[in-house]
Design a binder for this molecule. Structure first.
Ligand code: ASP
Length: 434
């Protein structure tokens, strides 16, 4: 898949470039003919020419994006419900559950704050030459103070929340409650509903992997469109953006999480990383925490010394709801685009909106399924909630793969650090000398 995406990107650049040359050339020929023979000919503007040729690419990119968006609600719902219902029934849920959720929320928030600081300090989106259309006005969701948002997280009507992409927070709140009570309601209902949602989730994942097979074609269409429309200038801000995301992710993975391991758990970060290296490599090469989960559990148990009781509680839940890399990425990506719209249009990037982004990034990371590019799909939901066009997410998709590999690794690394810390606090012998 990685090779295919790489090749698709190069082909997209070549096709986009050819398109540009062709549009320019056709303009010149027309002018020469017109001047030489003094024939009245309609001059074909290169812009029109380009637009004509770009139409099929724009359509292909749009269909691809629609397929991804189609999956958001059913995937979020089924992934959270299966993850939470699977563990909420056990007697241990109280203490272990509180520790696990505490760790997951804390590290995700730390990751988001890292992203928030870095993007505000570097401001890569301000005045960036992204060539995205600026809408005349931005239509944000109603009331964006922090308390308004908290209040709006509770869905008054589940079905209307499910039918509106802007209401992701409500869907997630409902999914968390549903999953929790499916585990608690007792037999025979727990078992039946768990099986129902497990199967639904499996089908959604199957559809998602079929759609994701189209990624190389989507990337080709997107890159050709962007290069054909705007040339190579757009890559400069995108490269800057990529290096900022990568830097922030590495800081979280190599400084923040190791500090927690060392100072909270007294565990050697380096030795823990070595124990988890098979999982890290799998995460990096598959871009999927769900596919990596069996390797993460195996490594934590057999190489790290976490007991099965703890790996089987902490890690599956982590692969579903704990995504530090994704949380950081959501925050940085949305703020990057917000900075662009604030500097080029009249979008007002207030402190309230930044807080809104922090909170929605947290929930979007909880809701994102552990599959490639899920973080990017969730980003469209945040953008719509802010009243921003989702076209920006489409542009970021063109360069998503390397960032996805990195953030998936950070997601899995954070799950594993959580497993080590929680297991140690429960008395497991972590990293026993062999
Ligand atoms: N690919 C990531 C994962 O599986 C999710 C994301 O796209 O951020 O953890």
């Amino acid at each position: 898949m990685h090779t295919k995406v790489g090749v698709a990107m190069l082909l997209g650049v070549a096709a986009g470039w050819a398109l540009q040359q062709f549009a320019e050339a056709s303009y010149l020929t027309t002018t020469v003919v017109k001047a030489g023979l003094e024939v009245q000919m309609q001059v074909l503007d290169p812009e029109c020419q380009r637009a004509l040729w770009l139409t099929p690419l724009v359509m292909a990119a749009d269909i691809f994006m629609r397929l991804l968006k189609m999956l958001i609600v059913p995937l979020v719902l089924s992934s959270i419900v299966t993850g939470v219902a699977g563990i909420s029934g056990g007697k241990e849920f109280g203490r272990l559950g509180a520790k696990t959720l505490g760790y997951y929320l804390t590290t995700s928030l730390l990751a988001i704050v890292t992203g928030l600081l870095v993007i505000n300090l570097t401001q890569p989106g301000v005045g960036a030459a992204l060539h995205l259309a600026i809408p005349d006005h931005f239509a944000p969701g109603e009331g964006s103070s922090f308390l308004d948002i908290l209040q709006r997280m509770v869905p008054p009507n589940v079905f209307s929340a499910l039918s509106d992409n802007g209401q992701m927070l409500q869907v997630i709140v409902f999914a968390l409650l549903l999953g929790f009570f499916i585990g608690r309601v007792g037999e025979p209902h727990s078992q039946r509903l768990r099986e129902l949602f497990d199967s639904f989730f499996a089908v959604m994942m199957a559809i998602a992997s079929a759609v994701l097979k189209l990624i190389p074609y989507g990337v080709f269409a997107l890159v050709a469109k962007v290069v054909g429309e705007t040339g190579f200038a757009v890559f400069q801000p995108l490269l800057l953006y990529m290096s900022i995301v990568a830097g922030a992710l590495l800081f979280h993975a190599m400084v923040v999480l190791p500090c927690l391991l060392k100072f909270v758990g007294g565990i050697s970060p380096w030795r823990w990383f070595r124990a988890m290296s098979p999982a890290m490599m799998t995460a990096f090469s598959t871009s999927s925490s769900s596919i990596t989960l069996p390797v993460t559990m195996e490594s934590a148990e057999h190489r790290g010394g976490v007991s099965n009781k703890h790996t089987s509680f902490v890690l599956p839940l982590g692969a579903t709801i704990n995504m530090d890399g994704t949380a950081l990425y959501e925050c940085v990506g949305v703020l990057f685009l917000s900075q662009y719209y604030a500097s080029s249009g009249d979008f007002d990037l207030t402190l309230g909106k930044q807080l809104f982004i922090v909170l929605t990034a947290l929930f979007a990371s909880i809701g994102a399924a552990g599959i490639p590019s899920a973080g990017l799909i969730m980003m469209t939901a945040i953008l719509s909630a802010l009243g921003l066009p989702t076209e920006g997410a489409l542009m970021l998709l063109a360069i998503d793969r390397p960032l996805d590999m990195l953030r998936t690794m950070v997601n899995v690394w954070s799950d594993s650090c959580g497993a080590a810390l929680i297991a140690k606090s429960e008395g497991d012998a972590i990293l026993p000398e062999s």
